[in-house]
Design a protein around this ligand. Structure first.
Ligand SMILES: [Zn+2]
Ligand SMILES: [Zn+2]
Length: 452
């Protein structure tokens, strides 16, 4: 098997793997780098410019995996884009949002090549989408060659799939992004067991050891207690959330906590792409039963849009829970503007629930717990930090110990590392070499061709 990792900047980056199995040219994911803009954010598509792709596979709808798919689809109009059923609903919606974001970036940063594609290309991409059920293999034929594709539920986010390819009795598995623990809205990963030949493994959390006392359930518990304390002292609670998955999970956490009397009744405000995605989640539940999310929860909690004008430093006109995109409090988003309003007031609190990149405003606010002030660059406002600021670990990624255990039980002949920073990959390299001395552990150089 020939493999090229096209994520040219390494790290988590713009995920995209090319593999050749016999006559088959296969592409798994084609994302955009979350921290780059314009063409810099693209995978190294030029390295496969001379190949016609036969099958494109999409693991899930985060933009670091999906973001540049329309370009690949346009170049390979006859290749089906195989993905799970929920992703056939979500992918076009996520891409349309991405076009709007790119248009904004073009204005703000003066990047003429943006947007990288238009709604027209998304329509073409959508026609190529092919929804496949989990855990049911489908065989594709090219000449005399055959490859079987099986998608396995990967937890992580609705629709997330690990990809198993069977070619001449060899099993190749791409983990995609995985979470083994169940979320409130979604069961955990159910990956293929038994011997695997080549395992392409995500390494996101490789730099951090598991804390034995902390589980997703204990973190949810701690979060509910914090929200309750903030509301009891008469404050408002801001929860910055990722639009796809985390917002819907948090709705469910709050809904259940209220039903069990663990949270007082209070107004709930929500805004951002995540609100629209709630409608999609409801539809996906009805059509596939793969998610536990019912839109009626929002009606019962009387969730309201964020309609009032926010001013930096002026406390929010209504006390309540604010569930707002973006999760890392990126500039110009509802969570950013709301934080600038509530941070100077001691009764309020901010509860971060996911990973915050150190370069984002959320990451910067969390970086120094002793800081007395926070500068909201885009608003030119220096806020005194008087509200509480806490972080809860509701990550969508499996911890490194679980991932290493999975690799070891697979007895993979080769483990290819992906989706992680250098430190994270290094931990996996050492750990797996020690625990799997017979196996080859490969941290590929982007753009380089490997035979595995
Ligand atoms: Zn992801
Ligand atoms: Zn990812």
């Amino acid at each position: 098997m020939e493999l090229i990792d096209l994520n040219r900047h390494g790290g988590i980056g713009a995920n995209c793997h090319f593999i050749r199995l016999g006559d088959f040219n296969i592409l798994v994911d084609s994302g955009l780098h979350p921290k780059m803009m314009g063409k810099d954010a693209l995978p190294e598509h030029a390295a496969i410019a001379d190949r016609t792709i036969d099958l494109i596979i999409l693991t899930h709808c985060h933009l670091d995996h999906l973001g540049s798919m329309p370009l690949m689809a346009a170049r390979n109009p006859h290749a089906p884009i195989i993905t799970s059923l929920p992703n056939t609903f979500l992918a076009p919606r996520m891409l349309r949002n991405s076009v709007n974001v790119m248009k904004r970036q073009r204005e703000e940063h003066g990047i003429p090549e943006l947007p990288l594609f238009h709604h027209r290309e998304i329509a073409i991409f959508s026609r190529q989408l092919y929804g496949q059920r989990f855990e049911r293999g489908e065989i594709h034929t090219k000449g005399k060659d055959q490859v079987e594709v099986i998608l396995h539920p990967a937890g992580h986010v609705i629709g997330a799939a690990a990809v198993e390819l069977i070619y001449k009795h060899r099993r190749i598995v791409f983990s995609g992004d995985i979470l083994f623990e169940a979320q409130r809205t979604l069961p955990g990963a159910h990956l293929p067991t038994g011997k695997i030949d080549t395992l392409v493994l995500e390494t996101t959390r490789g730099a951090k050891a598991r804390c034995p006392e902390t589980t997703r359930a204990t973190e949810v518990d701690r979060l509910v207690n914090s929200i309750s304390a903030i509301l009891e002292r008469g404050g408002s609670c801001l929860i910055p959330v990722f639009a796809l998955g985390r917002m819907q999970e948090l709705f469910k956490v709050i809904y259940e906590a209220r039903n069990f009397g663990r949270l007082p009744r209070c107004p709930i405000f929500a805004a951002g792409l995540g609100m629209d995605l709630c409608n999609y989640f409801d539809k996906i539940r009805k059509k596939t039963r793969l998610i536990d999310f019912d839109l009626q929860m929002l009606e019962r909690m009387r969730v309201k849009p964020l309609e009032f004008n926010l001013r930096p430093g002026r406390d929010l006109p209504q006390k309540g829970i604010y569930l707002l995109s973006s999760g890392m409090m990126v500039e110009h988003t509802p969570s950013y503007k709301t934080a600038a309003a509530l941070l100077p007031h001691p009764k309020n609190g901010v509860c971060f629930v996911g990973y915050n990149d150190p370069d984002t405003p959320g990451g910067q606010l969390l970086a120094d717990p002793e800081a007395s002030h926070f500068y909201f660059d885009a608003l030119e406002y220096r806020a005194p930090i008087r509200a509480s600021v806490e972080q809860f670990d509701l990550s969508g990624h499996a911890n490194r110990e679980e991932l290493a255990d999975y690799a070891v039980q697979s007895e993979a002949r080769a483990v290819v590392l992906t989706h992680g920073d250098t430190e994270a990959r290094n931990w996996f390299c050492e750990e797996l070499k020690e625990r799997m001395p017979e196996s080859k552990v490969l941290d590929p150089t982007p753009g380089e061709r490997y035979t595995v």
